[in-house]
Ligand binder design. Sequence first.
Ligand SMILES: NC(=O)c1ccc[n+]([C@@H]2O[C@H](COP(=O)([O-])OP(=O)(O)OC[C@H]3O[C@@H](n4cnc5c(N)ncnc54)[C@H](O)[C@@H]3O)[C@@H](O)[C@H]2O)c1
Length: 329
Amino acid sequence: MQLDKLGCRVRDIVSGGSLAVVTDEHVEKLYLQRCRDTLEEAGFAVHSFVIPPGEGSKDGQTYLELVNFLAEIPLTRADAVVALGGGVVGDLAGFAAATYLRGIKVIQVPTTLLAAVDSSIGGKTAINLKAGKNLAGAFHQPALICCDAELLRTLPEDVFLDGMAEVIKYGVIADAQLFQQLTDPQETRVRLAEVIERCASIKMRFVEEDEHDTGIRQMLNFGHTIGHAIEKASGYQISHGKAVAKGMARIAEIAARCGWCSRNTEKEIRAVLETYGFDLDISYSNETLYEIMKTDKKRKGRFIDIVVPEEIGRCRLQRLTTEELGEIL
Ligand SMILES: NC(=O)c1ccc[n+]([C@@H]2O[C@H](COP(=O)([O-])OP(=O)(O)OC[C@H]3O[C@@H](n4cnc5c(N)ncnc54)[C@H](O)[C@@H]3O)[C@@H](O)[C@H]2O)c1
């Protein structure tokens, strides 16, 4: 859906007269005016809240400033928050909307590839605490997602690549045809809108079946258990997408070694990641990764469920004890 159509769609679902658009300084310069224009044309009073770009803004202080801003406008329960940006803006604005007045509507307008295929869908919202990422949050489904692939044209290559790791993940876990299409990066660029739509529909399907992440939704964590450990070991210097790419390659190697998938499947996963230029080397010891993985927030007592590929387009959960996890690493 084009950004310029946003106003009409929001009018259909928001009965109040005021909207708060949350964005970051990069996106502000590129798209805030267009976003304001379409919303104002639809008759809304638009208030904007602009945060510095980057993960640092997904913190308690910015969250409190934002909810205070909403209260000063003031937004009522009939109004809504619009998250115009990447995953940082989406998570922060979503969490503010989930908690302000015990919950008002949020409209997600993703502007990064990661937000378009992942963070804007599924209703997970959060801020980071000193003890770790995403530790305070809420499930709060967006009232509307406006995904305009044209907005992604201005993305820096590095940020685009972070989203590509998630796109490749969808191919591996659920869509062999998409995976084949991804082997040609030029084609991916040309057909980006279609690629996003396929990924979004896979995520929606998993979320609809398991909104609160206790079953099939965990399949979306392919590459993430090891990826999160790599991210953390690097002190978050390695971005989420680059860490997940390393995690996917590593778990594919483990799966092939344990006989859970063929060597050919492992090779295909590695090859597509390399085609996009992901560096798949891991410079941390298995002991370091293991110590971090043992504290993974998705651990269930002494068990941890790892997503393993069976073939391209199909994955399953493999339950391991933490000791077994140490051994296979
Ligand atoms: N809620 C979920 O389900 C979920 C899922 C995955 C990740 N996340 C969260 O998402 C966050 C990462 O999101 P991200 O990768 O989108 O990063 P981000 O929001 O930090 O955006 C990355 C950079 O791209 C810039 N940018 C955004 N859109 C742009 C555009 N169209 N043109 C040019 N520059 C643009 C931003 O200003 C920023 O500098 C993390 O906090 C992560 O925890 C949430």
